[in-house]
Design a protein around this ligand. Structure first.
Ligand code: GDP
Length: 514
């Protein structure tokens, strides 16, 4: 999915497709990958010892090659998002034919859609008694994935990882899909790829699995990834075989970096070490200057600017505490559209906001609307890095009003909430008359007297209110910073439990922008 428009057509050569296998947990992703792999490594090229490196190549009977990426669903779509691309060309959506469509099936589907890659549905576990492929087709049709048999354009294939049924058909469909895509790359240029996995190996130092997107990497190349750099010491495949070069779509293990890169980061070969140092210095400066805040602002401004310039869709991802509110929200937002702008729901589900949601929103350039739910800690961090805007609401109408206002090109809220810090509840005392007093430890930021507070239990919002008291030992205090213990009570709320998290926020007035 690499953009090869800069390469002249005569330099382009066909490259193998990169395929991601995704689906609900236990529906058989790993089993299918293993089965495909075993059936195809038999031609003696490998000594049988294969390592997990997160990506590997399978040779089809006709000699075509297919590269499978073996990472958790959403991670396969990281990297290159900004340009609307992803590291995969085709997604195989595995659905157990006995279980049918499950929540993570839908999530995976939406990821593939946001990345704009074609989908092949593998209906697995056909050997099982309750297998009902018709049901899978019906269920997916409800999500607008229509089988070819029914006049749609999605290939559905019944398979069994256990008996091997249909696996050849699946490979054939992949070959077919690949032909349609006409994937090309220019092996002549300097290598450019994406990090699929990375780790620090005790003996070998930083190790990264790289998938080549364009060009060719050579042993000895100087490479840059993020703000890390190094010399490509060795190119090793999943069978531990060393190679001198790696061309387009080829996965390989890279040794010789000076620090461990992150999955999803872009890696490229540069002319020489000086150039590498210059790029790294420039990147570090940028990081210092801009920070996540600037990125975040840019994404919102971009969104509204897009809307005003007549872009027809406002992508939104909805997470809520109960099905009713998620559905009501989705419906109302859909209705809020006008002839010029429409709300596009890229994903909706119940539960807290996860890292996968953030990655999906980032890919689709969507705002996340959280309805009585909060983000998981990791999701929050990723949202900051990715510059994804997450907004929280307790009242459906507020959310709709704000989205409507945004759609009208007016950024409505001139009051914004600012999170100041959070605390863990370590003890709860019940004082006569006063009610529940939480013995807390402020884990980050600070808390001020009279602050707003959200009470979270396992990432789910339990209560949103105001602090009634803030004390250290026996004294009322104005503020408590991270690293200190204090006692707090929440106005009109006594159902505090040990293990709850308090998140503190204040309401700030800001000048309306736009
Ligand atoms: P993943 O979580 O999607 O990677 O699923 P796994 O590949 O780990 O499979 C989950 C379970 O389903 C395992 O116990 C497998 O043995 C079983 N399984 C996978 N494929 C099949 C199949 O085709 N038929 C049957 N009967 N069981 C399967």
């Amino acid at each position: 999915v690499e953009d090869v428009s800069e390469d002249s057509p005569e330099d382009l050569e066909p490259r193998p497709p990169v395929v991601v296998v995704m689906g609900h947990v236990d529906h058989g992703k790993t089993s299918i990958l293993d089965a495909l792999r075993k059936a195809n490594v038999a031609d003696g090229e490998a000594g049988g010892i294969t390592q997990h490196i997160g990506a590997y190549m399978v040779k089809l009977e006709g000699g075509e090659r297919v590269v499978f990426v073996d990472t958790p669903g959403h991670e396969a779509f990281t990297g290159l998002r900004a340009r609307g691309a992803s590291m995969t060309d085709v997604a195989v959506l595995v659905v157990a034919a006995d279980d049918g469509v499950m929540p993570q099936t839908v999530e995976a589907l939406n990821h593939a859609r946001a990345a704009g890659v074609p989908i092949i549905v593998a209906m697995n576990k056909m050997d099982k008694e309750g297998a009902d492929p018709e049901k899978v087709m019906r269920q997916l049709a409800e999500h607008e994935v229509i089988p070819e048999e029914w006049g749609g354009n999605t290939m559905f294939v019944p398979v069994s990882a256990h008996t091997g049924l249909g696996l050849d058909d699946l490979l054939e469909m992949l070959a077919l899909q690949t032909e349609i895509l006409e994937l090309k790359a220019n092996p002549q240029r300097r290598g450019k790829g994406i990090v699929v996995e990375s780790r620090l190996d005790r003996g070998r130092g930083p190790v990264a699995t790289v998938l080549v997107q364009n060009g060719t990497f050579n042993q000895g190349d100087t490479v840059v990834v993020g703000s890390a750099t190094g010399r490509l010491r060795a190119i090793v495949d999943e069978n531990s075989v060393q190679h001198r070069t790696a061309g387009p779509s080829i996965p390989f293990e890279l040794l010789g970096l000076d620090s461990v890169p992150e999955a999803g980061q872009e890696i490229f070969a540069v002319e020489n070490e000086k150039q590498a140092r210059d790029i790294v210095r420039y990147r570090k400066d940028m990081e210092r200057e801009q920070g996540a805040e600037a990125k975040k602002r840019a994404s919102l401004d971009e969104l509204f600017a897009n809307m005003q310039s007549g872009v027809k869709e406002v992508p939104v991802l909805i997470k809520g505490d109960v099905t009713g509110s998620v559905e009501a929200m989705a419906e109302s937002l859909a209705k809020a559209g006008t002839d010029e702008v429409k709300v596009k729901i890229v994903h909706k589900a119940i539960g807290g906001i996860t890292e996968s949601d953030v990655m999906l929103a980032s890919a689709a350039n969507a705002i996340i609307i959280g309805f009585n739910v909060r983000p998981e800690a990791k999701a929050k961090k990723v949202a900051e890095v990715e510059g994804v805007d997450i907004r929280f609401y307790k009242v459906i109408y507020d959310a709709i009003d704000e989205v409507k206002a945004a759609m009208a090109g007016v950024l409505s809220p001139n009051k914004v909430e600012k999170v100041t810090g959070s605390a863990d509840v370590r003890d709860v005392f019940n004082a006569p008359k006063v009610g529940a007093i939480a013995g807390c430890y402020v884990t980050d930021g600070y808390v001020t007297r009279g602050s707003h507070v959200r009470v979270l239990r396992e990432s789910v919002l339990i209560y949103d209110g105001v602090l009634e008291s803030l004390r250290r030992f026996k004294d009322d205090v104005k503020e408590v910073k991270a690293g200190f213990e204090c006692g707090m009570s929440v106005e009109k709320f006594n159902d505090i439990k040990e293990g709850d998290t308090f998140e503190f926020y204040i309401i700030e007035e800001v000048a309306a922008t736009l």
